[in-house]
Design a binder for this molecule. Structure first.
Ligand code: FE
Ligand code: MN
Length: 361
């Protein structure tokens, strides 16, 4: 029997070459081999496995972040009512949005993809949405907020309702048996992946992220700001996951990528941007955090263009510069040393210890 050796994460696997090649060949983003076995090896989509590993290395728990200073500030004259309102708005919007994203992964995307390594990384993605949702619970309980008041912001504000309806209706429509050999159905899935990854997580999250990080920059609510920074670091992996998923889906199914479909995705992004700008104009007291509404809207254009280019579509405003370079810097927490780095190392150590034990068994 001819064998083939794979080395992954310092471990070596030997597989029957013929079987491994057949399994590899049968792996597809969609319409791959249906199997009850979670055959991650041989890996075809290496980006998925690598993303899974880096997402796991970024693991964080809300309770690791102290909220004492936030609580002191919340009840003091240091913080204005508008600033409190921004925090409640952030908690209200993301409480709904994180759930909508997680739900779409579990009921739509993870259901329809066929390669196990894709299901693996999507499971981690869904879990990260749980961590984000849990961080909001932790904020609510630490500050002693009324959760229904935060929920009401989501229910009562028309521009938030519109933003959520924009994604929820698409996700609902895909919860059924669909024949993914038909181009129109493949396009429906591709549209869903673009909508959630690039329009929602990739663009529409950034209005409130910007508001909360502006407060953080002024030393307001350091615990909440820190949690949002970790959330943002996770979101950048989610955007990358869905970007890769779309690109490989299109590569394997070129019938999806017609000119009309590309235009449709661009239109979808335009709609997402219009909804986000409407939300910013109606709801976000940007002046209260020292920003201009005009620059804030330019920032959304700038982010949306990065998302479009990421999936090979043309930018809508190619000459727009990032009006908030500090925001990009604040989102980049890879280099930063802080109390949390020690903790991350601990998680990683714990898992490497486990694999040492494995080897000894
Ligand atoms: Fe999230
Ligand atoms: Mn996410």
């Amino acid at each position: 029997m001819e064998t083939k050796t794979y080395t992954i994460g310092g471990k070596t696997f030997t597989l029957d070459k013929q079987k491994a090649e057949a399994a590899f060949e049968a792996k597809r983003i969609i319409n791959g081999k249906d199997t009850m076995f979670f055959n991650i090896l041989p890996i075809k989509y290496h980006w998925a496995y690598e993303l899974y590993k880096s997402m796991k290395a970024n693991h964080w728990e809300p309770e690791d972040i102290p909220m004492q200073k936030d609580c002191e500030q919340w009840n003091s004259a240091e913080v204005s009512e508008i600033e409190q309102w921004i925090i409640k708005m952030g908690i209200g919007y993301f409480s709904a949005a994180e759930g909508i994203v997680g739900d779409n992964i579990i009921h739509v995307v993870r259901e329809l993809v066929t390669a196990p390594e894709l299901k693996l990384v999507l499971g981690r993605h869904a879990h990260e949405e749980n961590i984000h949702a849990d961080s909001l619970v932790y904020m609510i309980s630490s500050l002693g907020l009324n959760p229904h008041e935060c929920e009401a912001m989501f229910d009562d504000i028309p521009t938030i309702r519109k933003k959520n309806a924009f994604v929820v209706s698409n996700s609902r429509a895909l919860r059924r048996e669909i024949d993914l050999t038909r181009t129109e159905n493949k396009q429906a899935l591709a549209r869903n992946i673009f909508l959630f990854g690039q329009c929602m997580e990739g663009t529409q999250f950034y209005g409130l992220f910007g508001m909360i990080l502006s407060l953080y920059r002024q030393n307001k609510f350091p615990g909440i700001g820190q949690m949002f920074r970790y959330t943002l670091r996770d979101e950048s992996n989610h955007i990358e996951l869905f970007r890769n998923l779309l690109m490989d889906l299109v590569e394997e199914n070129p019938d999806v990528w017609t000119n009309a479909f590309r235009d449709e995705l661009t239109e979808l992004m335009k709609e997402a941007v219009a909804l986000e700008k409407e939300f910013i104009r109606d709801c976000l007291p940007v002046n209260a955090v020292g920003l201009s509404a005009e620059e804030f809207q330019l920032y959304i254009d700038y982010i949306a263009d990065r998302r479009l280019e990421g999936v090979g579509l043309e930018a809508l405003h190619p000459s727009t510069k990032n009006p908030f370079p500090w925001l990009a810097e604040m989102m980049d927490i890879r280099k930063e040393q802080n109390f949390f780095e020690g903790r991350v190392t601990e998680y990683q150590k714990a898992s490497s210890l486990l694999s040492v034990d494995d080897d000894e068994l």
